[in-house]
Write a protein that binds this ligand. Structure first.
Ligand SMILES: [Zn+2]
Length: 564
């Protein structure tokens, strides 16, 4: 039952691990009608550790929705680091395989931890099929919801295959050509070329491509809610969406994570009555709140995430055949309830002492910095902190915040949390980066896992519930071109450096497949492929769907079934 790739013996037979560890507990699933389609909703609270959920529960003053469905924990480490980053962790959740830092939807490169066999160089960066691609190939409806740019690491790992998370142009292009039914989030700039105010250096106008493909492109919550049927790309911000706590102040037309989740479920369940759906929802900015050591954004974005989980659970309970998984990809900030200020007084920590400072916060730390604006003086900082965090801070503290803002150009707002939370709250932080602990796992529905899972098992559990075989999906979607056309000639045409094309000359045929798209032209006749064409500059290898190989070789070869 364990599937290895022919040349991929280094890949851990995770199916076997799950069987041994009892990772899937079918006994805990309620009896279901066999005929009903299976749906899976995965919700990811980026950068959220166990203690953040505890704080949110105190803050809410009642159990979290998540509390009802806690089933275990997940190990988050990646192929080459004890501490994870979103790109390889989300890749593990999407593909069932552990990968290396920065990689999106592709297997690991060299330099793995001693606990993991080193992959052979020929297999580095090998594209791996995602649960979203498997679900789509099976005819299920698919959706992605995030509060970051949808080309950011976590959503990217479900829709794209690139050797670096920073290649957001390629990621967005693959997302557009992936045929996802519902995409909600930020990142509209990556749909447009530079001469139209966008970020794309390749000159492509993906917004018009989406319209040609029949998508509705929605730009605010009202347009999203007006949508009835078909496919929709909701781009609610050119860049990332606003933190929940800042939304009403800075961007009231943006929908909330809960609203996007509700609408995505409504659309996907309506379109997929016969075949089911897969949906990934990310509370993307919980991570950034933790990076900034910012309790205001943390509480508001995490409470909003809990509401999105509530929306998924309400649907799952009514539907009866939907697996809901909720988890994080890693902890960020190393947040604790208790800090050096409570070293001697922790056992007398009263609820008001913990919560009062948090309840006075009305904007995120980045929001505070926006209010400070160009007038970066201690006086202005003091006024803004008083107005929006309710704190009377000293001149020295205000100066310290400004000094951190000047030093840290990438995250100038970090100073508010770093300077103020140790002095005015009982919350502690250990880093502006990520930390390596296990994260809680929440699940509900058929095929619900339990216990301590390894990160890649999340991908396998998702695939199992969707009834798809990820390894066969990979064999079908990503054939290495040079080895597939032994008697042909494969070249990567980089005449237009921003728009490389895979060219194959085979006998009398001339085929061309633009990278990052699902298009093929044979002797000038264009057709759509069932997956996107991937090129990895690091290995100079191109990967194309088996369908393209068959068409070029003139074979009526059978494609592997992706159903389990
Ligand atoms: Zn992060």
């Amino acid at each position: 039952m364990v599937q290895h790739f022919k040349t991929g013996k280094w890949l851990i037979p995770i199916v076997a691990l799950i069987a041994l560890a009892g990772g899937i507990d079918s006994a805990s699933a309620k009896p279901k009608e066999k005929s009903k389609p299976r749906n899976v909703i995965v919700l990811i609270a980026d950068g959220c550790g166990s203690e953040q959920y505890t704080l949110a529960r105190w803050f809410k003053g009642a159990p979290l929705t998540l509390d009802e469905i806690l089933v275990g924990a997940v190990k988050t480490h990646i192929a080459d680091s004890v501490v994870a980053d979103s790109a390889p962790t989300a890749t593990a959740y999407a593909t069932g395989y552990r990968s290396s830092d920065k990689l999106i939807g592709v297997g690991p490169k060299g330099g793995t931890l001693p606990t993991m066999p080193e992959p052979p160089a020929a297999e580095w960066y090998r594209p791996l099929a995602t649960v979203l691609e498997g679900a789509r190939l099976k005819g299920m409806a698919t959706g992605i919801v995030a509060t970051s740019r949808v080309s950011h690491a976590t959503p990217a790992a479900y829709m794209a295959h690139v050797p670096s998370r920073s290649q957001e142009e390629s990621i967005m292009e693959q997302a557009v050509y992936q045929g996802v039914d519902v995409v909600f989030g930020g990142g509209g700039r990556y749909l447009l070329p530079k001469n139209m105010g966008g970020k794309r250096a390749d000159g492509e106008n993906l917004k018009s491509v989406l319209r040609t493909k029949g998508y509705i492109v929605a730009e605010n919550g009202a347009e999203m809610n007006a949508f009835v049927t078909g496919r929709i790309f909701g781009m609610f911000s050119g860049d990332h969406m606003e933190p929940e706590i800042d939304r009403k102040e800075f961007a009231p037309k943006q929908p909330s994570l809960e609203e996007m989740t509700l609408k995505a479920i409504e659309i996907l369940s309506g379109q997929s009555k016969a075949r089911g759906f897969f949906l990934m929802v990310e509370g993307s900015e919980i991570d950034w709140a933790d990076h900034g050591n910012d309790p205001s954004q943390l509480m508001s974005d995490l409470m909003q995430f809990d509401r999105a989980v509530g929306a998924a659970l309400d649907f799952a309970r009514k539907n009866g055949n939907t697996l809901v998984l909720a988890l994080s990809d890693h902890n960020t900030g190393g947040m604790t309830i208790g800090n050096y200020g409570t070293s001697k007084t922790y056992s007398q920590l009263k609820l008001d002492q913990l919560l009062d400072p948090l309840r006075k916060m009305r904007l995120s730390a980045p929001g505070l910095l926006r209010k400070v604006g160009n007038e970066k003086t201690p006086e202005k900082v003091k006024g803004v902190v008083k107005a929006y965090w309710g704190l009377d801070i000293t001149d020295d503290e205000a100066a310290a915040i400004l000094s951190i803002a000047r030093k840290d150009k990438d995250d100038p707002h970090n100073g508010f949390g770093e300077v103020l939370t140790p002095r005015y709250t009982a919350i502690g932080w250990t880093t502006h980066g990520h930390t390596g602990g296990d994260v809680p796992l929440f699940a509900y529905g058929p095929k619900s896992p339990k216990g301590l899972l390894d990160g890649p098992e999340i991908g396998r559990v998702t695939a199992e519930a969707l009834g798809i075989d990820l390894d066969r999906t990979t064999q079908r979607l990503f054939v290495e071109a040079q080895s597939a056309f032994k008697d042909g000639m494969v070249t990567i045409d980089k005449t237009d450096a921003e728009n490389p094309v895979v060219r194959v000359e085979y006998q009398e045929k001339q085929a061309e497949m633009p990278v990052n798209k699902n298009l093929m032209r044979i002797d000038g006749v264009e057709s759509e492929l069932e997956g996107v064409v991937v090129y990895i500059p690091e290995t100079d290898k191109a990967y194309v769907p088996l369908q393209a190989v068959h068409a070029i070789l003139g074979k009526k070869g059978k494609r592997p079934s992706i159903s389990k």
